[in-house]
Design a protein around this ligand. Structure first.
Ligand code: NAD
Ligand code: SER
Length: 316
């Protein structure tokens, strides 16, 4: 039986990944950790611990206390936050990962680390972006993500650590809010459509980006960790995507459900600059071939599910 540690577990992805891992592997076998107070106290569902990934001794204490063999390492600063605090982003995203990899080397842990579309940059081919291609990102977030991909590959080849990961696109979900990224507009738009009927988009018309609905993101994380290692030609940073759209495309889809919905633009130059440097759509054929990646949701089915779930959450 796996004994799993999740870092950064109170964030957008961790809030749902912990529940899914507990459903599959048992509540007691999944230890949720973060540097935030656990306001949605789920201690009845499984263990929660304070863990700052910048402290290597704390990591090792928890690994030993719970006999951990697998880590889903989600602690990170996202793209817009990283651009505002580049020094902190380097520390959390690279030094935090390094501490986790060192614990993995010493205690033979398997590690899942998400990279991102942010690991690409303006010189990367932006249409059908290949699995292996130019990676010269222009954001601090991207710099940390490329460093993380390389570190994970290095720990695998040099020390035999079982490192695996995916390059997530923007994740759309309704449980926990997004943590300060460039793709957050694609979540915020649903709240505003339902609550006020109009939305100011911080990315401009025509900005096409890869996106994914949370159930597919959870499946990707668990499936790549369950994959037969003999079939993995790549290990870390598999391109994965399930839809690619512009602000006006998602607005049009929402309008099928809320005909009066109105969207205007108030462009944030920092996030627009980051978005412009990212791919329009990635080629995820390596993930499909090597471990059977096959997403369920597209723009249409994601939009109707998001609206249905948020209507319940917001009591509308
Ligand atoms: P998030 O910002 O919502 O959550 C990150 C969590 O990490 C927060 O709860 C925060 O408190 C915690 N944290 C910050 N510093 C920490 C530290 N020093 N020690 C321990 N915890 C710390 O992020 P998320 O959206 O859940 O993303 C998780 C991972 O997935 C990140 O690596 C991110 O880069 C990657 N990713 C996310 C998306 C997305 O759209 N959400 C897309 C691509 C990649
Ligand atoms: N959603 C993330 C961000 O915008 C992509 O990694 O930062």
């Amino acid at each position: 039986m796996k004994k799993i540690l999740v870092t950064g577990s109170l964030g957008q992805i961790g809030s749902e990944l912990v529940s899914e891992l507990r459903r599959r592997y048992g509540n007691e076998n999944v230890v949720a950790t973060d540097i935030r107070r656990n306001l949605r106290d789920k201690s009845d569902e499984g263990p929660y611990e304070y863990l700052d990934c910048l402290d290597p001794f704390q990591i090792i204490d928890i690994v030993k206390k719970y006999n951990i063999d697998t880590v889903y390492h989600l602690a990170a600063l996202l793209s817009a936050v990283a651009e505002a605090k580049p020094q902190d982003a380097w520390n959390v995203n690279v030094r935090g990962l390094f501490n986790i990899l060192e614990a993995a080397r010493l205690y033979k842990l398997a590690i899942f680390t998400p990279s991102s579309i942010g690991a690409f940059g303006p010189s990367t081919p932006s249409v059908n972006t290949p699995q292996d291609t130019i990676q010269r990102p222009s954001s601090m977030y991207g710099v940390t993500k490329v460093a993380g991909e390389l570190l994970c590959d290095y720990y695998h080849t040099k020390f035999g650590v079982d490192t695996r990961g995916v390059r997530y696109p923007g994740i759309i979900s309704h449980v926990a809010p997004p943590g300060g990224g460039t793709t957050d507009y694609a979540v915020n738009i649903f709240y505003d459509a339902l609550q006020t009927g109009n939305f100011k988009c911080f990315l401009k018309e025509g900005t096409r980006l890869d996106m994914m609905y949370m159930p597919d993101a959870l499946e990707a994380a668990i499936a790549v960790m369950e994959a037969d290692p003999a079939k993995l030609l790549h290990r870390n940073a598999f391109n994965v995507t399930s839809m690619s759209f512009t602000p006006e495309m998602i607005a049009a889809e929402i309008r099928k459900h809320i005909p009066s919905f109105d969207m205007t633009y108030e462009v944030d130059p920092v996030r627009q600059g980051i978005a412009d440097s990212w791919p329009d759509n990635m080629d995820d054929s390596s993930a499909r071939e090597e471990w059977g990646w096959s997403p369920v949701y597209n723009l249409e089915t994601m939009t109707s599910d998001m609206l249905e779930k948020l209507r319940i959450k917001l009591k509308l």
